[in-house]
Ligand binder design. Structure first.
Ligand code: FAD
Length: 288
């Protein structure tokens, strides 16, 4: 009986995996293999990033269309609006709709430094509004959430109010920036609930493999690596195996804690790799 209960729970949870669009033929083949293996975990959707790291809209489109065509898992393209015209966004939405895509991760994005023309959309809430106005209820819309605050926000309260704006513009669900402090996540979720937000806010999970890279990236996007964990990871130096092992243990505990305390699911930043997402998944005992 208890087992049945566990299965029902697994079905209620929202699991998703994020990929970046490969730029080379080798990268394309790698992602094919990766997503085929991860598809066996039966996530709700695979999302594909947009415009980050110098990739183009065509890279995202090709990746998303292949997933939509060749796999049983729903494909959800990320779409950022800053620097685009309404007409450009309208065309992209049309292409996605014509190809059977029903799910979009709607973002503001970041202008490359030095670029001045912000285009017709300033913030993600304007994109969400536009998608709803143009396409009604066709798309399931995800938005981004920052439990440790978006780096450009003046303070957490204002940032949460801006998040609520996106929800009220018609988002169905949210995915967080990665974090390693579960308390920050619950503070964010509880504050949003007090403001009437009732959509799922799914924790974004970044596995820890390369410490130097993670530390640099975390400074940029405003995610804190707790001091004690940093200190521990630093003691391993170039010993990548020990870093990966320590990271896997820590992130597994974080996920366990989040699910036990009632998080609605998990969104994994896979970095187009099967491991370490798969090992965390196995540790959680989530597979049938
Ligand atoms: P917004 O929600 O618009 O917020 C941006 C800033 O403006 C915040 O400081 C907010 O407080 C403030 N703000 C928001 N609305 C208003 C308003 N109406 N008035 C005044 N201030 C406001 N980037 C990519 O380039 N490609 C991707 O594929 C991508 N995927 C991502 C996926 C996830 C799950 C996450 C968490 C981030 C992703 N990003 C991606 C990064 C994201 O584009 C950046 O963090 C960007 O700086 C903010 O985007 P946003 O949609 O959260 O913006």
């Amino acid at each position: 009986h208890e087992h049945e209960h566990e299965h029902a729970q697994r079905d209620d949870l929202i699991f998703s995996f994020e990929f970046f669009p490969p730029k080379t033929e080798k990268g394309v083949e790698n992602l094919r293999a990766v997503r085929t293996q991860l598809a066996e975990l039966k996530p709700r959707f695979f999302s594909v990033t947009y415009g980050a790291g110098g990739s183009t809209q065509t890279n995202t489109l090709n990746t998303v269309l292949e997933i939509q065509r060749d796999s049983d898992i729903e494909a959800a393209p990320h779409l950022s609006c800053v620097g685009s015209s309404a007409e450009q966004i309208r065309e992209i939405l049309e292409t996605y709709r014509d190809n059977g895509i029903r799910h979009i991760v709607a973002l503001r994005g970041d202008l490359p430094s030095g670029t001045r023309d912000i285009g017709e959309f300033r913030y993600a809430n304007e994109l969400v509004e536009f998608i709803r106005k143009e396409t009604g209820d066709h798309f399931n819309i995800e938005v981004a959430a920052y439990p440790e605050m978006h780096p450009q926000a003046p303070n957490l309260k204002v940032d949460i109010d801006n998040f609520v704006r996106k929800v009220n513009a018609g988002a169905n669900s949210a995915i967080t920036q990665y974090f390693y402090n579960a308390d920050a996540y619950w503070h964010f979720v509880d504050t949003c609930a007090d403001k009437g937000v009732d959509i799922p806010i799914v924790p974004g999970i970044m596995p820890i493999t390369n410490y130097t890279q993670l530390a640099r990236f975390s400074d940029m996007c405003g995610a804190e690596i707790p001091r004690w964990l940093r200190k521990q990871l630093e003691t391993y130096g170039d010993d990548v195996e020990s870093i990966a092992k320590c990271g896997e243990e820590f992130v597994t505990l974080l996920c366990e804690n989040l699910l036990e305390t009632g998080a609605p699911g998990l969104h994994f930043y896979t970095m187009n790799r099967v491991e370490p997402t798969m090992s965390i998944w196995r540790n959680l005992g989530l597979s049938e």
